[in-house]
Design a protein around this ligand. Sequence first.
Ligand SMILES: [Zn+2]
Length: 449
Amino acid sequence: MTPTQQPRTYWLEHAWLGDRVEPGVVLVTEGERISAVRGDAPAPPPGAEILRGLTLPGLANAHSHAFHRALRGTVQVGSGTFWTWREVMYSFADKLTPETYHALARAVYAEMALAGITAVGEFHYVHHAPGGTPYADPNAMGEALIAAAADAGIRITLLDTAYLSSGFGQAPNSHQLRFSDGTAEAWAERCSVLKDRDHARIGAAIHSVRAVPADQLATVARWAEERRAPLHVHLSEQTAENDACREAHGCSPTRLLAEHGVLGPRTTGVHNTHLTDEDIALLGGSGTGTCMCPTTERDLADGIGPAAALQKAGSPLSLGSDSHAVIDLLEEARAMELNERLRTRTRGHWTAAALLRAASAGGHAALGWDGAGALEAGALADFTTIALDSVRTAGPLPRLGAETAVFAASAADVSHTVVGGRHVVRDGVHTLVPDVPRALADAVEALRG
Ligand SMILES: [Zn+2]
């Protein structure tokens, strides 16, 4: 990230200040941080850049598999389950190289910037060449993703993922060989070489209790603990995982993680869909976060997770676009509320403000980006502006901008995205990747061919 060191002044027509929409706000950035936020500015000061609409803190996409973007459309033909979807997904994973993955991820992260996303959590498990042979640089794939985020102008937390088995007591299948380091020790050795940089943090992930044997869970947890790094894990997305875990270990996946030291405030369970009351208490009581991915969960026919109960029990919420059926954090936010409405036949489980916090501050916290997710002096200068005069958003009173953004706007209404003081999307145009649709089409075509 190479932010200008000159102070820059923005005039925000409306700004979301965490609990309210404020009209007429001056925001000053210096380097990669916000140096001042002042209200009561009905007109732009001389020289200020004008951001019309509602400016929000940057959105954090806490769960991504960048290559799943290549599945869009393709996986909507025919019927099946999560498990048949997974076969199509593996056919694309088989074809990735560091070069083709870099091209695809650069385009996908550019799509994210255009959707107001300023930080992504990349849950990364395609580590080695097909068959499992390491590349000359064993982290070539992870480095390709870190470079792709830099090229697209967004922050990344690379959640380097341990993936060692196909199921309880089963070796990786032919597709999964390239995901595996063999042992958790070998995984730790490889990812210890990866280093944080200005736009990138290194975190850890356990793919799932299916993919990391119980006696190796603690190795991954310890690696994250020693570095105070985020640790993510796919948790109880499917009932088949729960059934197999009970058969192998006589307990739920959540209980298994708890017994091996995986749960805690720097850990995030992704999906947390099919949980018992005891699981919810374990996750909430340990402060373990919950990342909901509602557009993927409905796309894959997973079910609806107990997000409201988890939050009430003490689990902080974040949101992710996961398989990228769509990339739209506003849609993820409203889907979490609307799922709960369908399930309970009552309305108003979260306010728009609470949903925006999950889409921003909650996601940044889950990804280890402290100091992002608020428009305040000292915070990272990561913010995004939603047009309030589009065909979707025109009409409501501006003071209802948060409600309008969450319940009516889409990624198409994002007009500006600033990351670390750098204006990455201006007037709906990406300033670093000239033709994002073309970049996406070319990158997907390269994998299809
Ligand atoms: Zn996932």
